[in-house]
Every structure is written in C-alpha cells, then in structure tokens.
Design a protein around this ligand. Sequence first.
Ligand code: ZN
Length: 112
Amino acid sequence: MKLSQKEKKTIKEKILATLKELEVQIIQLEQDTQPISPENSLGRVSRMDAINNKGVSEAALRGRKDKLNKLKIALTKVGDEKFGICDRCGNTIALPRLMYMPESDFCVHCAR
Ligand SMILES: [Zn+2]
C-alpha cells in the first residue's frame, strides 16, 4: 500500500517545519560554540563548566546539522514513487515513523 498524496503532503509540511526549527537551533548552537577566550573573567570552575557546555553544544550542533542534511535529502525524495517504501522488504513504512524520521529508508522491522 502506497502513501496517499495527502499523506505525502503532510510529511512534506512536517519536514519543512522541522527544517525551520533546526535552522533556528543551529544558529543558537553556533553562538554557543564560539571559542572561549582564555582571558575571560570567568573563574577556573566556571571556565571548566563553559568548556563542558561547549562540548555538549558542539555534539548537539553536529546532530542537528546531520538531521538537517538528511531532511533536505528526504525532501527531494518525498515526491518519488518509492518514498515511504522500505528499501529492504518493500512494505510501506508506517506513517508515524515517517513523520518522526522522514529520512528513514527502512520500516521499523528492518531498521532493527
Ligand atoms: Zn522493511
């Protein structure tokens, strides 16, 4: 069973909305991952906190950018006949899964 045009449209809108959110988050995270100047007025402990937080932000930033790229690819594929069809077993990928992870090529069973 293939996805209906309406379902594809819903997924496409979801992708576009998520892309917007990600872009905002990426801008914020890029500010949070600016180099920490060594001569700043933070104490030693605060400085270590700042460095730890920066590490967390950098990991988050990488994750967001990765997701952004995957979603951009998904957006180009959403109109394809094969979109939403599992690459391995050929079954339709469940709509909630596509809504959550539009970039997924496999159904929930094959992805395990
Ligand atoms: Zn499958």
